[in-house]
Every structure is written in structure tokens, then in C-alpha cells.
Write a protein that binds this ligand. Structure first.
Ligand code: ADP
Ligand code: GLC
Length: 490
């Protein structure tokens, strides 16, 4: 395959700015593409939370003082360059302090739409200034979803993009970027109102994600099951009809794991490295985790781990009644790392008070602790209501931590139910979203845990799974090549 020019656009890229799995994917997939010989450049905003003084950030010649008309005035941005990782892809950071120096990556300020419209337009204008002709413009989630429309309208005059094809990857259809229709002028789209979805306009709103779904040349999402689910009313969050109308262009590709970051064999964040053939280190990590978090040592039962955004998506409602019951009746430990909805934060804070020595709730975001929980837990809880892909269940398997998941989205595609009769399977899977099913799965996992030989085999089955980007990234290359040669994408 000839080297492609790929403009990869994302609102978060690890480790620079991260709220969830989008950041991991936006570092790892371009890294794979760069190593495969392609000219990939990643664009993201230079948020205030990123250390501005890093000496590896270099201004990009020609990309200073990019003026974009935003809400009737000129807003200026400049681009700095670094790399996503030492062997990664070039990363272009859009500096525009008035938009990106905020308390959090995302917010609800009245100019939220401008922040990401600016990002979309400045990315396009950067390509123009560099006279860099992307074969593929790969957008991710609603923050970048206006790019396909911009290329067909405001920038349609520029032949630079004549042969460019656009891809929109939906990492989570629950986040859509919905604003009052009155902002169309702010976006520079006055006169192009008809390009927005008619029903949205009738309801006095515009929807960034839907606009991307309408105009991207191909739409991907992050697992095959989720690609089917979001075309149904139950999971589509109102996007199902628009997605169905593009059905032939909607493709599911399961995410990969960045094995340079998530591998127990050489992870610098954990106390002892280990592997499927040498699991002693796993026990040492477990002992250390409990000690570090002030929990009672050497439980007879498993250590249960959770690392998550505390959002209703992740299935915490199912745990409400069940966890106290399990904690009261068994010699288990529970370690929770996360922050988010106040109701879940106070639930776990209360649980910690009720079960001293058994439960630790660490409120916040802590990358190092996330690795230590993956390495030190026995069972990872992820009973999501919906899950586009999910990375943590894959990280867990690599670390010999057995995932307990609901059969939805990427969880259904990556975790198979343990069967002790033929020693097959990689975790515990339940189907219907209700508390009794969650209890059943947790009880099954705890019973299995007491069979040491079976458990070891189950851990090793998970550790043998290959979800590396070397495998998954090829599906994207295949998609790009189909798009560019005019073949159907599926
Ligand atoms: P989502 O993107 O829906 O949050 P994923 O499983 O795809 O779910 O990815 C979550 C990513 O964010 C993982 O890399 C996980 O380790 C990380 N993560 C989530 N919450 C925290 C936290 N509180 N501290 C550190 N890392 C976290
Ligand atoms: C989203 C989804 C998660 C997915 C991640 C990366 O945040 O919630 O399931 O793994 O994006 O694609």
C-alpha cells in the first residue's frame, strides 16, 4: 500500500489530555499508522491543563496566527508540534487560550460550540497553509464532526481537498454536541442552514454528531456489536434513523490495546512485572495494592477492581444493593478508582465507611493507580448498560484480571463466558441489564475463584488474547483503501 496522508483529529490524546478511552485510541491508532509508514498527523487542542512550557513543543512554521471567523469576530490560533509518543505520530496542538484554558476539557459554557468549531476550522486551515493534501481526514466524536460539512461548504472551493475522504469514528453515541439552531451563524454557516438535519432545525437545534453522520464518507464505531446496536432505538440515542440511512457506510472495528503501555511484562507503574508463564508477580501486586490503599491483607476471596468514569453508562445502578450483600457475606476486597456523577461518588464513599478495611474508594483520575488496580485485582467489574468498545476489560485480561461484563457493545465482542467443562472462555458475562443477573455473574466468578487451577487457566486464557493495534489497525487501513478506490466500505 502506498503511504497515505492521514489527518487524525481528536479532542483528547493520551497522555496529554484524557477523560476516557478516546484519548488512548487517539494516541495508539495514529502510532500504529505512523509505524506502518504513513504520513499521519494528529490534531488536538492545547488545553490549559497541558504543561505549556514543555521544551519539546515547537511552533510549526506557517501555522502561527491562524485567523478564523468565529461568531462574527476573528479568533487567532497557533499550532505547536510534538509527538504522541517517542515512536508515535506527529501531534499538532492548537493553541487558543481563550477557548482551551478552561477548568475542564469539556464544559457547558455558552461558547462550547465555538471551542470545537474553531478546532475543526483551524485544523482544515492548517492543512491549507501547509499545502498538505490529506487522503483521509479521520474525525472522532462530535467535537470534530463538523469537518466533513465544512469541507463540502466553506472550503469546497479549495482543490486541495478534492481527493480527500472523510471518516467519522463514533466512540460514544451518547455524546452528540447539541446546541440551539441560533448558533449556526457562529459556526460561519449562515446561508448553509439547509445542510443541517431538517428535524433538528424544526426542533430549534443543531446536532454536531448527526451532521458528521450525514456528511462523512464513512462512519465507523468501535465494535461490531455496537455498530448494530446504535441502529436500534434502544441504543441509538436518537441517531438510529440517520445511521440506518447511512447503513452501508457504517462499520464496526474493535479497538486495540497499546501494548507498549498496557503490558504486565514491562509496565513501570506496577511493583513487580509478571507474565502468563510467571504469575507470582501478580500476587505481589495484589498484596501491595491492598497495603497501599490501607485494606486488610490476605483475603480468602477475590479483590474486585473498578476503574471508570462514574457515569450511568457503566452500570453502577446494578451494584447498589448487591455489593453490600457480597461484602457483608464474603472475605473480599473492593477497590474503586473514578470520579463523575455525585450519586455514584457518594455511594462508593458510603460503602467505604460501611466496610472499613474491605473497601477503598479513590475519587479522582490517577493513571498510575489505574495500572496498579489492573495488576492487583482478581476480578474487574464492568457491567455496563451500554459500552461502545471498552478498553478496561481488555487491559484487565492482559493483566490476568478476569473481567465481569454485561453482554453489550465491545464487551460482547471481546469477553467470552468461562466454561469450566472445557476450560474455555475469558470472563463472566451476563445478558439482561438487571441486578439479579449481576449478582449471578458475581457469585459465579467468586465460586470459580475458589478453584485455583481453573482460575489460573481462566487468567491465562485472557492473557493469551490478541487485541493489539497491529491487528486492529489493519482494519482501518483496509477501510481507508476501500474509500480511496471507491469500493464499498463493507
Ligand atoms: P470510557 O472511554 O467510556 O471511559 P474505556 O474503557 O474505553 O471507557 O476507557 C477508559 C480509559 O480511561 C482507560 O484507559 C482507563 O484506565 C481510564 N480511566 C478511567 N477512569 C480513570 C481514572 N479515574 N483514573 C485513571 N484512569 C482512568
Ligand atoms: C468511549 C466509549 C468506550 C470506548 C472509548 C474508546 O469513551 O465509552 O466504550 O472504549 O470511547 O473508543
Amino acid at each position: 500500500m502506498n503511504p497515505l496522508r492521514i489527518c487524525f483529529v481528536s479532542s483528547e490524546v493520551a497522555p496529554f489530555a484524557k477523560t476516557g478511552g478516546l484519548a488512548d485510541v487517539s494516541a495508539a491508532l495514529p502510532g500504529f499508522l505512523a509505524r506502518a509508514g504513513h504520513d499521519v498527523r494528529v490534531f488536538m487542542p492545547l488545553y490549559g491543563s497541558i504543561d505549556q512550557g514543555r521544551d519539546d513543543f515547537k511552533p510549526v512554521h506557517g501555522l502561527t496566527d491562524i485567523q478564523v471567523d468565529m461568531a462574527g469576530r476573528q479568533v487567532a490560533g497557533s499550532v505547536y508540534e510534538t509527538v504522541t509518543a517517542p515512536d508515535g505520530a506527529p501531534l499538532y496542538l492548537l493553541d487558543c487560550p481563550e477557548y482551551y484554558h478552561r477548568e475542564a476539557l469539556y464544559g457547558s459554557d455558552p461558547d462550547e460550540h465555538q471551542r470545537f468549531a474553531m478546532f475543526c476550522r483551524a485544523t482544515i486551515e492548517s492543512c491549507q497553509r501547509l499545502q498538505w493534501r490529506p487522503d483521509i481526514v479521520h474525525c472522532n466524536d462530535w467535537h470534530t464532526a463538523l469537518i466533513p460539512l465544512y469541507l463540502r461548504t466553506l472550503y469546497a472551493w479549495d482543490q486541495l481537498f478534492n481527493d480527500s475522504r472523510t471518516v467519522l469514528t463514533i466512540h460514544n453515541v451518547a455524546y452528540q454536541g447539541v446546541f440551539k439552531a441560533g448558533i449556526i451563524g457562529d459556526l460561519g454557516m449562515a446561508g448553509h442552514e439547509k445542510m443541517f438535519h431538517r428535524e433538528d432545525l424544526a426542533a430549534d437545534r443543531i446536532n454536531f454528531l448527526r451532521t458528521g453522520i450525514l456528511y462523512a464518507d464513512a462512519i465507523t464505531t468501535v465494535s461490531e456489536t455496537y455498530a448494530r446496536e446504535i441502529q436500534t432505538p434502544e441504543y441509538g440515542m436518537g441517531m438510529e434513523d440517520t445511521l440506518k440511512s447511512r447503513g452501508g457506510s457504517v462499520v464496526g472495528i474493535v479497538n486495540g490495546v497499546d501494548c507498549s503501555i498496557w503490558s504486565p511484562e514491562h509496565d513501570p507503574n506496577i511493583v513487580r512485572n509478571f507474565s502468563a508463564g510467571d504469575l507470582d508477580g501478580k500476587r505481589i501486586n495484589r498484596d501491595q495494592l491492598l497495603m497501599e490503599l490501607g485494606l486488610s491483607p490476605e483475603p480468602g476471596g477475590p479483590v474486585l477492581g473498578i476503574v471508570s468514569r462514574l457515569a450511568s453508562q457503566k452500570g453502577f445502578d446494578l451494584m447498589f444493593g448487591i455489593l453490600p450483600e457480597i461484602l457483608a457475606g464474603n472475605d473480599v476486597r473492593l477497590v474503586v478508582l473514578g470520579s463523575g456523577a455525585k450519586s455514584y461518588e457518594s455511594y462508593f464513599a458510603t460503602l467505604q465507611l460501611e466496610f472499613p478495611g474491605k473497601v477503598c474508594f479513590y475519587r479522582g483520575f490517577n493513571a498510575r493507580l489505574a495500572h496498579r488496580i489492573e495488576a492487583g485485582s482478581d476480578i474487574f467489574l464492568m457491567p455496563s448498560r451500554f459500552e461502545p468498545c471498552g478498553l478496561n476489560q481488555m487491559y484487565s485480561m492482559r493483566y490476568g484480571t478476569v473481567p465481569l461484563v454485561r453482554k453489550t457493545g465491545g464487551l460482547a465482542d471481546t469477553v467470552k463466558m468461562w466454561n469450566p467443562d472445557d476450560n474455555s472462555g475469558t470472563g463472566f458475562v451476563f445478558d439482561h441489564y438487571d441486578a439479579d443477573n449481576f449478582r449471578w455473574a458475581l457469585q459465579s466468578a467468586m465460586n470459580a475463584f475458589s478453584d485455583r487451577d481453573g482460575w489460573r487457566r481462566l487468567m491465562q486464557n485472557g492473557m493469551a488474547q490478541d487485541y493489539s493495534w497491529d491487528t486492529q489497525g489493519r482494519h482501518y487501513l483496509n477501510l481507508y483503501s476501500r474509500l480511496l478506490s471507491g469500493r464499498p466500505v463493507r
